[in-house]
Ligand binder design. Structure first.
Ligand code: NAD
Length: 439
């Protein structure tokens, strides 16, 4: 099949690379010239395990093309996927300007019938809006091609995106058009084990499923953060509580980990957007508002703990931050807890050393650009002369560090662990003062 993917970011690039790996001819389009040029040279603008190899192989064998020319890509395709960003707008709703601009371009460019798939996370009613925009543009041109707009929200996780796309737990397809259902079944067949994992539904329900899923996951995190905060007050250990709770099959173990708040490009904006959608329809989403409020506070958890122990004025103190990305195995720092933690430490007069295995460039050039911090080449360099280590992202390389060497480097054997990675007894026996979440 011949496919155009519009938007070559985390979702678009993975989608394009995975479709091309199955033998489809794929055109990945983006508006950023430099991005397209570096992709052609095999330089992947994001860190995502397994992606580079997939992109290079399929570009070299001619299945994968990169272009800024949408019209040319659409001329060669029978289906196109919209995978552009839908960031949080000023009023909390999903900002649809990129999706709408793409819809307009599709309407201006197509020269034959087209299946248009919304893969971006978009509020209920967006497929109708996209359909309307495309048809208005076609009308202006006096053309009457058949356009079917499908909702096919993406559930990949940054860090395991290629694996998630190749072996999805489910593929949601929202459309009522019988031919399009057949087309989508064939397209996804190599990934979905004879359609067992494809769930067909109406377009509005498909759009809603994505928001409901992300809000549920955010809800579990905020719930556990609240339990952790209560554990702190009553003297219980949230890790033991978590194991006890998770063993109930109705609850399960996944997404029960407390920490210093969720971030990333999806949960924060999607929860906020769903609250806004509800409000616009006259419904007060009380639970979702609490999920958001708990998370916003949780991002201050570590700083509050540090100040409780070391005082509000942190001048003269240096902190070693391990991990900047919003989660391990990605360089993505959108809405990362590290941003707030570092800003608050600096505001309290502290000095900050940072190290992350993959997010140093995005931190330096964008997310922490205006902050006066010391970028280190490795995790141990960050500890040298620091008063405490603060673990923010649970990268594998932070899980079993050389604690004896850490003691030599740190001024004080003090660890603040925002992801509950270490064993309290072990660290205390080895002379560390260890503070984690909800223990
Ligand atoms: P991203 O910011 O990484 O990529 C978006 C890309 O679209 C950028 O490269 C941008 O230059 C390009 N773009 C913008 N306007 C364009 C246009 N007119 N034509 C062509 N390209 C254009 O975003 P992302 O993280 O890939 O997210 C895309 C969508 O997928 C969002 O709606 C997001 O909520 C959703 N989503 C993201 C994830 C994730 O883990 N990142 C997972 C599931 C769903």
């Amino acid at each position: 099949m011949n496919i155009t993917i519009i938007g070559s970011g985390y979702v678009g690039l993975v989608t394009g690379a995975c479709f091309s790996e199955m033998g489809n001819e794929v055109y990945c389009v983006d508006v950023i010239d430099e991005k397209i040029e570096s992709l052609k040279q095999g330089i992947i603008p994001i860190y995502e395990p397994g992606l580079e190899e997939l992109v290079k192989t399929n570009y070299q064998n001619g299945n994968l093309h990169f272009t800024t020319n949408l019209k040319e890509a659409l001329d060669n395709s029978e289906i196109c996927f919209i995978a552009v960003g839908t960031p949080m707008g000023e009023d909390g709703s999903a900002d649809l300007q990129y999706v709408e601009a793409v819809a307009c371009e599709i309407g201006e460019s197509i020269t034959h019938d087209m299946i248009v798939v919304d893969k971006s996370t978009v509020p209920v009613g967006t497929a109708d809006k996209v359909d309307k925009i495309i048809n208005e543009e076609l009308k202006k041109r006096g053309e009457d091609y058949k356009v079917v707009v499908v909702s096919n929200p993406e559930f990949l996780k940054e860090g395991t995106a290629v694996m998630d796309f190749m072996r999805p737990e489910r593929v949601i397809v929202g459309t009522d058009d019988a031919d399009t259902i057949e087309y989508m079944k064939n397209l996804y067949e190599p990934f979905t084990k004879n359609h067992e994992r494809m769930i067909l539904m109406d377009v509005h329900s498909a759009e809603m499923t994505k928001y409901a899923s992300n809000s549920m996951l955010a809800n579990r995190i905020s719930f556990m953060n609240e339990i952790a905060n209560i554990c702190d007050e009553v003297g219980a250990d949230v890790d033991q509580v978590r194991k006890g709770m998770g063993s109930d099959s109705r609850i399960g173990h996944s997404f029960l980990y407390p920490g210093c708040g969720y971030g990333g490009s999806c949960f924060p904006k999607d929860v906020t957007a769903l609250i806004k959608t509800a409000t616009d329809h006259g419904y007060d989403a009380k639970l979702l508002k609490s999920v958001e409020a708990v998370n916003n506070e949780q991002k201050y958890y570590l700083v509050n703990k540090i100040k409780n122990i070391l005082g509000d004025d942190l001048s003269g103190k240096t902190f070693a931050i391990w991990g900047l990305a919003f989660k391990p195995e990605t360089d993505d720092m959108r809405e990362a807890s590290s941003i707030i933690i570092i800003r608050e430490l600096l505001n309290a007069g502290a000095k900050v050393n940072v190290y992350d295995p993959k997010a140093m460039t995005s931190a330096r050039e964008f997310y922490l650009k205006d902050m006066d911090i010391n970028y280190c080449d490795n995790k141990y360099e960050a500890l040298d002369g620091a008063d405490a280590m603060v673990l923010v992202t649970e990268w594998k390389e932070f899980r079993s560090p050389n604690f004896n060497y850490m003691k030599e480097l740190l001024n004080n054997n003090l660890i603040f662990d925002g992801r509950n990675q270490y064993n309290t007894n072990f660290l205390e026996k080895n002379g560390f003062e260890y503070h984690a979440v909800g223990k």
